[in-house]
Ligand binder design. Structure first.
Ligand code: FES
Length: 202
């Protein structure tokens, strides 16, 4: 299914802003993400580990850590108060996002909410573009992700913008909080379940 492409002027301007920022950061981002992973705490050394623990206290507001879970990059983003406000902005959640309410199965039920996560301030998303699988770059300002391959853009909850080649939001993996400063990717909250293989599109 093709994008509808009905962007307004503001969307195009935001897109250009994001792309400009992305061009400036893609090179550095592509180089540093394995480095960031090496700095991130993990439950084991095997990239195929079923679970990966993340120390949230090491991620300042506005920054993200990238870890590897089952061979996939996972973005763990510490969202600022301003970022959280932007996710609820009705000018964003209207027709500018393709699936603002997470109707497609791209996340567990416990992440079907306006922030697509368990704790609003922390976003957890598989960093693989749902178009053809490139790794989107994080653009802190104005806030979002841009894919370096064909320009798909996503907001700070991984929701895809209309007009992008990608059709689906970034997937959210199963995860749970272990405490106020740590989370475990690959394991759902007690009493809940999510089979990542059932998502619509990786
Ligand atoms: S792979 Fe991301 S836009 Fe094509």
């Amino acid at each position: 299914m093709e994008p509808d492409g009905d962007e307004d002027g503001d969307t195009r301007r935001d897109f250009l802003t994001l792309v400009t920022g992305a061009v400036a950061t893609v090179g550095a981002g592509a180089c540093v993400w394995p480095f960031l992973d090496s700095l991130s705490p993990a439950s084991g050394d095997d990239l195929a580990d079923a679970t990966v623990d993340v120390d949230l206290s090491r991620i300042p507001p506005g920054q993200q850590s990238v870890v590897v879970w089952r061979g996939k990059p996972v973005f763990v983003l510490h969202r600022t108060t301003q970022a959280l406000r932007s996710l609820q902005d009705t000018s964003l959640t209207g027709r500018r996002l393709r699936d603002p309410n997470s109707r497609e199965r791209q996340q567990p039920e416990y992440a079907v909410n306006w922030h697509r996560s368990i704790a609003p301030q922390f976003g957890v998303m598989v960093g693989i573009c749902t178009h053809l699988g490139c790794i989107p770059g994080y653009v802190p300002k104005p806030g979002g992700y841009v894919c370096p391959c064909h320009g798909s853009k996503f907001d700070l909850a991984g929701r895809v913008f209309t007009g992008s080649p990608a059709f689906y939001n970034l997937p959210v993996p199963p995860y749970r909080l272990l405490g106020p400063n740590s989370l475990r990717i690959g394991s759902s909250p007690v009493g809940l379940d999510f089979d990542f293989a059932t998502i619509r599109q990786l």
